[in-house]
Design a protein around this ligand. Structure first.
Ligand code: PLP
Length: 382
């Protein structure tokens, strides 16, 4: 048996997405060609565009398909900064929260180095992992010039849902541009573009049961955006490059399926109850906050994350140690650090994330395995 509980890293492909992908792979067209096969490819991209837009309450014309969430985030930050500068309206501050995904943190840092006059500021989170709105407002109040703000809708490690609508309203009152990384929120909690008052919103297909390597940036009409890929004029000139038709079609099918019925937190609550009953010292990060229904970040004090991940893997359960990063190396989580979690506690944190194809008995078997491993470690330590 292998039980996959790492949906926040990537989710298994949904059958609807696979079917759409295979159908598109069978067709030869380039979506920019004017002939029949080209028009058919174009039609499947436009269908996916409508599906993505409808799922999040956006206009179809505002959807730009990208090569994933990282590219959408990069396009938003670099695209906004460059376009504003080209229009003679320099952005002087880029404000990101302390718990953003590395694609935002690294891009923000790189922009801070390369964009003249730009300061990168980090907005802190509370001990429960939620953006500190008072501190965020203070950062906006203090500086001069226009700000660009980038905030995630839900955190990938803790699942904590961020007060993005409130933060965006504060930012808008300061005439800031607002980007929201909604990669982990989509399909897990309602995402409504109209209610968010963000200028840019990022999504990724593989977190919701679509294929890897495709995503979207939604750009509000009139928001400044300089394209980062130039060439064939695809995506209304905002993201050049031959469309990955099959992946885009599958993204459309996945988003429709994923947002049709959102998960409730009943399974997570029951799993947490069982884990805490087995180990009273266990700490669930962000427990007091409104969190994604599929995510638990938990530390059992006696077992380092890597050992726990390996022990669970040997028992047939795939979870991750904090955020599983590209090289597979486990470094201390910047999210838990920002929450003020002591390093020795953070070093024991694992992330359990489940989703559309997880069965109740799999979560129950996981609770048994985790409890066994913890009890074994406790007995050894006694
Ligand atoms: N933003 C968040 C919050 C994420 O969790 C991830 C993926 O882990 C990304 C962005 C990057 O998305 P992608 O893997 O599609 O590049």
């Amino acid at each position: 048996m292998h039980v996959y509980l790492d949906y926040n890293a990537t989710a298994p492909l949904r059958p609807e997405a696979r079917a759409a992908m295979l159908a598109a792979l069978e067709a030869p067209g380039n979506a920019m060609s004017v002939h029949g096969p080209g028009r058919a490819a174009r039609a499947s991209i436009e269908k996916a565009r409508r599906q993505v837009a409808a799922a999040v309450g956006a206009q179809a014309d505002d959807v730009i398909f990208t090569g994933g969430g990282t590219e959408a985030n990069t396009l938003a930050l670099r695209g906004a900064l460059q376009a504003a500068s080209a229009a003679g309206e320099r952005i002087t501050r880029l404000i990101v929260s302390a718990v953003e995904h590395d694609s935002i943190r690294a891009t923000a840092a790189a922009c801070g180095e390369s964009v003249a006059g730009l300061r990168v500021l980090t907005a802190p989170v509370t001990r429960t992992g939620k953006l500190d709105l008072a501190e965020f407002k203070r950062l906006l109040d203090e500086g001069k010039g226009r700000a660009l703000v980038s905030l995630m809708a839900a955190n990938n490690e803790t699942g904590v849902i961020q007060p993005v609508a409130e933060a965006a309203a504060i930012a808008k009152a300061h005439h800031a541009l607002v980007h929201c990384d909604a990669v982990q929120a989509l399909g897990k909690t309602p995402v409504n573009i109209a209610g968010l008052s963000a200028d840019y919103v990022s999504f990724s297909a593989h977190k919701i049961g679509g294929p890897q390597g495709v995503g979207a940036l939604i750009v509000r009409q009139g928001a400044p955006l300089a394209p980062q890929m130039l060439g064939g004029g695809q995506e209304f000139g905002r993201r050049a490059g031959t469309h990955n038709v099959a992946a885009i079609a599958a993204f459309g099918a996945a988003v429709e399926a994923a947002t049709h019925a959102l998960p409730t937190s009943a399974a997570r609550t029951e799993l947490e109850r069982r884990l805490k009953a087995a180990c009273m010292d266990a700490e669930i990060f962000g427990e007091a906050e409104h969190r994604l229904a599929n995510t638990i970040c938990i530390a059992s004090p006696t077992i380092p994350s890597e050992n726990m991940v390996i022990a669970l893997d040997l028992d047939g359960f795939a979870v991750s140690a904090g955020a599983a990063c590209s090289s597979g190396k486990v470094t201390q989580s910047h999210v838990l650090t920002a929450m003020g979690v002591a390093p020795q506690v953070a070093a024991s944190a694992i992330r359990v994330s489940f989703g559309w194809n997880t069965q109740e008995q799999e979560l129950s078997a996981f609770a048994d395995a985790w409890s066994r491993i913890v009890k074994r470690a406790q007995a050894r330590a006694a």
